[in-house]
Design a protein around this ligand. Structure first.
Ligand code: HOZ
Length: 427
């Protein structure tokens, strides 16, 4: 038995399922989890000394690769000054100024510790502002694990094949309305049914938790118009897309201005950070300025702020960063799809910028229903092969592949060669 198996056996005795987050249990691909010891650049090494080219990147934040030397330095310097104060610091001001300067729709921003917290708090602000209770989310979009949002959620919930979570009282999801991604009519119908009750529409502007599903032309524009028509707020959950698709996230990429935006781990360079922000008149309702309460000792943690400031600063100071990353990623995903076609497979590759997914279905994937037509057994076969050949892909069909600026042409070739070898194996 290898060390990862040993560790997993120990873990299962004391941690539910042996892991601290369900997807990383690898159940969906019929494997035991890899226990990671180190990560540098585009590579990770597990407890058995096996090296992988990493296409998960801690689920997004490692856009510069793992342990970037400047980020590491910034973290060490900050740690030497103290790990947590539970008090205001200059770095938090710098971070807020930086985010507001990079994302035009964000006039004020509040730091929290995770994407889940960011979304939960943004919805509270939206409800406080509009004095309405209902929210609209989309089937297959994932917004963290707070009670009201575990309805037809993507990511781990979708991977486990359960529409909702046990332990969430029915009353807590009564005000959560579900619409279909890329289907404006389904949203319009909800507004028609509840014209004065919907506080906000929350959406992943590029869905990346049912695999990657791009918004179709007009979808985000239509959401903006409907929210304006009915006096609701539009919230972009940019936990995955923020600072990944560009300095102003998916909203800059797609040219839509939401009222509120949520960010996640990328804003902390991979450390536990989230943030929510947006219109000044909404954010001014947050305590202590207003009656919408939200707080946290670890919010704006000084070490996490140092990591995030350094990473965001590097991204800002390299004017062609996103252009280069997108060009390399686009070529990679296009070649991946070409190899599937050459092998006579109808499978689909959806991609936007440095995010992509191979869907093992012949259907065009544009929403939750079509994503669910993917053959998860084939995904399992593909993932096991990729891991065995040194490629760390998401251990679930319903997650994204993340490229970083640290991926070299040799890394990408290794992944493509592994895919080709698997296609020959299953031919
Ligand atoms: N829900 C995360 C991806 N969308 C997975 C988190 C993890 O397992 O670490």
């Amino acid at each position: 038995m290898g060390r990862s198996e040993d560790l997993f056996a120990r873990a299962r005795r004391v941690i539910p399922g042996g892991v601290n987050s369900p997807v990383r249990a690898f159940r969906a691909v019929g494997m035991t989890p890899r226990f990671i010891e180190t990560a540098r650049g585009s590579h990770m090494t597990d407890a058995d000394g096996r090296a992988y080219v990493d296409f998960v990147g801690s689920w997004g934040p490692m856009v510069l690769g793992h342990a970037h030397p400047a980020v590491y330095e910034a973290v060490c310097r900050a740690a030497a000054e103290g790990l947590s104060f539970g008090a205001a610091t200059e770095r938090e001001v710098e971070m807020a100024e930086l985010v507001c300067s990079l994302v035009p729709s964000v006039e004020m921003v509040r730091m929290v510790s995770s994407g889940t917290e960011a979304v939960m708090s943004a919805l509270r602000a939206a409800r406080g502002f509009t004095r309405r209770d209902k929210i609209v989310k989309f089937d297959g979009c994932y917004h963290g694990h707070s009670d009201g949002l575990l309805v037809q959620a993507g990511s781990g919930v979708m991977t486990a094949g359960v529409p909702d979570s046990a332990g969430v009282p029915a009353g807590w999801t009564r005000d959560t309305l579900c619409a279909r991604y890329n289907d404006l009519e389904s949203v319009r119908a909800l507004f028609a049914a509840y014209p004065e009750a919907i506080a906000a529409v929350i959406v992943e502007p590029v869905a990346a938790n049912m695999g990657v599903v791009p918004p179709e032309p007009g979808f985000l524009e239509g959401l903006r118009a409907l929210c304006d028509e009915y006096g609701s707020l539009l919230i972009f959950d940019e936990v995955i897309t923020g600072f990944r698709l560009g300095l102003s996230g998916a909203q800059g990429y797609c040219g839509i201005r939401p009222d509120l935006t949520t960010f996640g781990k990328i804003i902390g360079g991979g450390m536990p950070v989230g943030a929510y922000g947006g219109r000044r008149d909404v954010m001014e309702l947050v305590a202590p300025l207003g009656p919408v309460y939200q707080a946290g000792t670890l919010s704006g943690n000084p070490v996490a702020m140092a990591a995030g400031l350094c990473q965001l600063g590097l991204l800002r100071d390299d004017p062609d960063f996103y252009g280069r990353l997108e060009a390399v990623s686009g070529a990679f995903f296009t070649e991946l799809e070409r190899r599937l076609r050459a092998a006579g497979k109808p499978w689909r590759v959806n991609h936007v910028g440095s995010l992509g997914s191979v869907f093992f279905t012949g259907e065009q994937v544009r929403d939750y229903a079509s994503a669910r037509t993917a053959d998860t057994a084939v995904y399992g076969s593909y993932a096991r092969w990729m891991f065995a050949h040194g490629i760390y892909v998401a251990p679930s069909q319903f997650e994204a592949m993340f490229l970083s600026s640290a991926h070299t042409p040799a890394d990408l070739e290794q992944a493509l060669d592994a895919l080709s070898a698997w296609l020959r194996e299953i031919a």
